[in-house]
Design a protein around this ligand. Structure first.
Ligand SMILES: NC(=O)C1=CN([C@@H]2O[C@H](COP(=O)(O)OP(=O)(O)OC[C@H]3O[C@@H](n4cnc5c(N)ncnc54)[C@H](OP(=O)(O)O)[C@@H]3O)[C@@H](O)[C@H]2O)[C@@H](O)CC1
Ligand SMILES: [K+]
Length: 505
């Protein structure tokens, strides 16, 4: 699903009006009906409703919802904030319709002073102050109003987006001036800011309401952001060849695990096997030999000359892909071996965990990374790599995207919605996964999966897309049976077969 920016959403809105065709007031009525329907499904008509409408079309939606709820027997009070004496056309028209309908309990147009109503715990507030037209953080009276609503015991339903939250960049926004909704009813598609972990607290439950904006515009318009869904992944997954043999399913090499961190290499290796690689060779320090042999008998062992760490780059000629980094440690000997390994590798590469940390402390080496390399940082690793200073998820995402463009690499930023930053500046978000997967070793599993897919012959973007989707899906299937609290990385591996089965259905 494409995630259009607020500017594109306005164009889509206009295109729909011109080409469906539908008048803008009728499109607003369509949106208002969908919103009303959701509110009525959640709360009975004995629920007191207080509607707060702003001067734009978000306010227009809210006034239409006020009328429709009143028509259905709800006790509705509505406040329209018109402090500059300027309403959008459709907001003004819906104000007129609301007044004319006469079903409303109370309608107040606020131009200067606002006497806030008492909000009881059983009240539902409909927030139509600002939507996709908000272009800067809220200040003054509107910020005060948000604070008032946030401290009230009422339930808040936000139309399109919680007021105060900007659709894209909230780097310089003020958290206290953003409304915290209990339910967000967003129109047509999720907005980019709704995919950021740091904005989840404003959204409450999130529902997307289809208001049938032009499918033609949606299909034909290029879009920087998209959410990958099951069908997108099914479309790029190749059926397994009936005549496959282990030699034709790819030979993956993993360089992982220093002494004491064998677990990381075990997880990556098992995941690599479970993701269908024909053969997996794992290179680790001598002391890990027994544990590796016992834990993953299906893998081929290759021992580093060192007892406890990775010290010698290896020839990658026999392999179809290399995954390097899980549990590797950041010893200087390992760092030098890593850059030598990257330079001499001839196969597709996945760089993770300690390998990323080593690059962060040797930034000059970044220029030596080959094109199309895959990096799979978690947020802290990305911060070290890209020098991000703020904890704002949007800013971090933009840094990751800039880096992907500069390096011509694929940067898979792990998180709530893992984001694959592509060399052309586009970003694909993953739709699977859950908070139970925020557990040690989960990233090692992902590295193993992506390395297997590369070895099997998928190109870098497909391996990343399928890899993150299956990883999240396996986590979701595991969480369904085991719950999120106790989920461990090994469970994700154990549920990978079910994730593959689901995709073959
Ligand atoms: N596309 C769709 O799918 C459909 C969309 N629909 C609805 O339209 C909504 C978008 O409507 P919209 O464009 O009129 O913008 P909206 O959010 O009401 O705000 C605009 C007003 O806010 C003002 N303003 C801005 N920032 C401010 C600030 N910090 N502090 C104070 N004021 C500020 C701004 O002032 P200006 O900057 O222009 O001076 C202007 O007056 C969308 O969210 C959805 O609900 C549906 O009806 C139908 C289908
Ligand atoms: K809103």
């Amino acid at each position: 699903m494409k995630i259009f920016t607020s500017t594109q959403i306005h164009e889509l809105d206009k295109y729909t009006i011109d080409h469906e065709p539908v008048s803008s007031i009728n499109l607003m009525e369509r949106a208002a009906k969908a919103i009303t329907h959701c509110i009525e499904a959640e709360w009975s008509n004995r629920t007191p409703i207080v509607v707060f409408a702003g001067p734009g079309n978000n306010g227009g939606d809210a006034l239409a919802v006020a009328r429709l709820l009143a028509d259905d027997g709800y006790q509705v009070s509505a406040f329209l904030f018109n402090i500059h004496n300027k309403l959008s056309n459709d907001c003004a028209l819906n104000k007129k319709r609301l007044i004319e309908s006469k079903r409303i309990k109370q309608f107040t147009e606020v131009s200067v002073n606002f006497e806030p109503p008492t909000l009881t715990p059983d009240t539902v507030v409909v927030d139509g102050l600002f939507g996709s037209g908000l272009n800067k953080p809220l200040t003054g009276g509107f910020a005060a109003m948000v604070k008032y609503l946030n401290s009230s015991p009422a339930k808040v339903v936000s139309i399109d987006i919680p007021s105060g939250l900007i659709c894209e960049d909230n780097t310089y926004n003020i958290s206290a001036n953003i409304l915290k909704a209990d339910l967000t009813l967003t129109l047509q598609q999720k907005k980019l800011s709704m995919l950021m972990a740091d904005n989840q607290k404003y959204l409450g439950r999130l529902k997307v309401l289809d208001i049938r904006l032009s499918p033609e515009y949606i299909q034909n318009t290029d879009c920087r952001y998209r959410i990958l869904e099951e069908n997108d992944i099914r479309g790029i997954m190749q059926p397994r060849d009936d005549f496959a043999h282990k030699g034709s399913m790819g030979h993956a090499l993993l360089i992982a695990g220093s002494y004491g961190m064998a677990g990381a290499s075990i997880l990556a290796t098992k995941a690599c096997l479970r993701a269908g690689a024909g053969k997996v060779t794992v290179h680790s320090p001598k002391r890990n030999y027994d544990i590796m042999q016992i834990s993953v008998p299906e893998a081929i062992q290759q021992m580093d000359p060192e007892e406890t760490l990775f010290s010698h780059p290896v020839d990658t000629e026999p392999y179809n892909a290399l995954g390097i980094g899980p549990g590797l440690g950041s010893n200087e000997t390992t760092a030098i071996a890593l850059i030598a390994q990257i330079r001499r590798s001839t196969c597709p590469l996945v760089i993770d965990a300690d390998a990323i940390n080593i690059l962060s402390s040797h930034r000059a080496w970044m220029q030596q990374l080959p094109k199309d390399i895959i990096l799979t940082p978690h947020p802290k690793e990305l911060d070290r790599l890209a020098g991000t200073t703020s904890s704002c998820c949007y800013e971090r995402l933009m840094k990751a995207s800039e880096l992907a463009e500069r390096l011509q690499a694929y940067i898979l930023l792990k998180g709530h919605y893992s984001a694959l930053c592509l060399p052309n500046g586009h970003i694909d978000f993953n739709s699977t996964g859950n908070s139970g997967m925020a557990t040690a070793g989960s990233g090692d599993v992902l590295t193993g999966i992506i390395t297997a897919l590369l070895a099997r012959g998928y190109d870098a973007p497909s391996a990343c897309r399928i890899g993150m989707y299956l990883h999240g899906l396996a986590g979701d299937l595991a969480a369904k049976d085991l719950g999120k609290e106790s989920l461990i990385a090994g469970d994700i591996i154990n549920y990978l077969p079910k994730a593959f089965l689901r995709m073959e259905d």
